[in-house]
Design a protein around this ligand. Structure first.
Ligand code: COA
Length: 393
């Protein structure tokens, strides 16, 4: 019985900063961003958005689709919420999400963390649960805001976004294979101590460790599976910035893909990079926005095509796994909604970006209402006595 992704959608904030605007104001050459790291814009969250509201907004098309097909949501008995932008040290962000989506109380909810990798841990756990109880469905969400200190190399690789996936038996989108390649290694390439709101990163070292990890995870995959590089049609990589996928793909292809031209290698990843180039990094969600980008932006029928996924989370854990596109998958896509959401973002000038970057959630325990900034269906209305108040519109 195949198990995998039955439906998938993503959401990003309603504001964006063009990296040419950033370059014009920080003295960088814009080509360093557009060519060197392969990024054009980054999404910037409003004060009334956080990982919960982005996740809830990412879930809307999935729940609307289930309602239209008369499926109901009672089969969802687990929510796995992957994030490294946690809003609470105790309460799982997924519990707020469960409430906003009005899901069945008979639903286990938990939050997972391992930098940008944890959505893949969530997905693998979900497939195991579903294999055991095929009548049940798992809602996997990945939601993050990538935030670095101003005037650092990381600043241009900020962004935000959330992905929601329904994992089920007989999936209508991607059937996942059980064989995976894994590599864990204790390194300090990127981390965020509890007392900081911005990440610390040794950027150049992190790209080296990422490349080492992709090779090690692939080697382990080859011990677990008969599949060779030539059996894959497309690849999706973790996307801190789109050039990273090109580096990783060339690194993996080196020694494995003698017969493929540089253009053929580029064609295996280019569609997966389109959305990330304009949303920026979204940590746990990034590789899965890459999958959506591949599906939404490839005119060819991909049914039967095999995709290789490399998920990386600093610190570090990497996993290489595979899936095959299911016949008729096109009927499950939300391409128009994604494209109109991206097109309707409000561009920020540098001064507006500085103001939005400077917003800090009040920590005084008072009653604070937040101005309406997001267009999303769900928003963070305010904070009162240290409690987050969410609302649906
Ligand atoms: N035109 C074209 N390319 C240019 C350029 C220009 N004017 N100026 C620089 N570049 C290229 C560089 O040659 C380099 O390419 P290369 O990596 O292929 O050698 C690239 O742009 C980046 O330049 P670099 O000087 O290395 O940038 P940086 O010191 O600002 O750091 C990162 C880049 C990615 C390390 C930094 O953005 C970062 O720390 N990001 C956050 C962490 C991260 O994303 N880690 C990834 C693993 S998860």
């Amino acid at each position: 019985m195949p198990v995998g992704i039955d439906d998938i959608s993503f959401y990003t904030a309603n504001f964006s900063l063009d990296l040419q605007e950033l370059a014009a104001n920080n003295g960088s050459d814009a080509a360093k961003y557009t060519v060197g790291i392969g990024q054009e814009r980054m999404s910037v969250p409003g004060a009334d958005e956080d990982v919960v509201t982005m996740a809830a907004n990412a879930c809307v098309p999935l729940l609307e689709g289930m309602a239209q097909r008369g499926e109901g949501t009672n089969a969802i008995n687990t929510i796995l919420f992957a994030t490294e932008t946690g809003i609470d040290q105790s309460k799982a962000a997924g519990v707020y999400l469960h409430s906003l989506l009005k899901l069945n109380p008979r639903c286990r909810v938990v939050e997972l963390k391992q930098a940008c990798y944890s959505a893949t841990a969530a997905l693998q756990l979900a497939t195991a649960w579903v294999a055991r109880k095929p009548q049940e469905k798992v809602l996997v969400v990945a939601s993050d805001i990538a935030r670095y200190d101003r005037q650092t190399p990381g600043e241009a690789t900020q962004g935000c976004g959330a992905v929601a996936m329904i994992v089920s038996a007989n999936p209508r989108l991607v059937a996942l294979d059980p064989e995976t390649g894994i590599h864990t290694e204790d390194v300090m390439d990127f981390w965020r101590p509890n007392y900081r709101s911005t990440a610390l990163v040794d950027g150049k070292y992190s790209t080296k460790v990422y490349l080492r990890c992709v090779r090690s995870a692939w080697q382990d995959f080859q011990q677990q599976s008969q599949l060779q590089f030539g059996n894959f049609d497309y690849f999706c990589y973790h996307l801190p910035f789109s050039r990273m996928a090109q580096k990783a793909h060339n690194h993996l292809a080196n020694g494995n893909a003698h017969e493929l031209s540089a253009q053929a290698l580029e064609d295996q990843i280019s569609s997966s990079l389109i959305y990330n180039r304009i949303t920026g990094n979204s940590y746990t969600a990034a590789m899965y926005i890459g999958l959506i980008s591949l599906l939404d932006n490839t005119a060819l029928d991909l049914a039967g095509k095999r995709v290789g996924f490399f998920s990386y989370g600093s610190g570090s854990v990497g996993e290489f796994f595979t899936g095959t596109l299911v016949d008729g998958y096109q009927s499950m896509l939300h391409s128009e909604g994604h494209q109109s959401m991206l097109a309707s973002r409000k561009p920020l000038n540098y001064a507006e970006y500085q103001t939005m970057y400077g917003f800090e959630v009040p920590v005084d325990g008072g009653d604070h209402a937040f101005a309406e900034q997001t267009n999303g269906k769900f928003r963070l209305a305010g904070i009162s006595q240290h409690k987050r108040l969410y609302e649906a519109r």
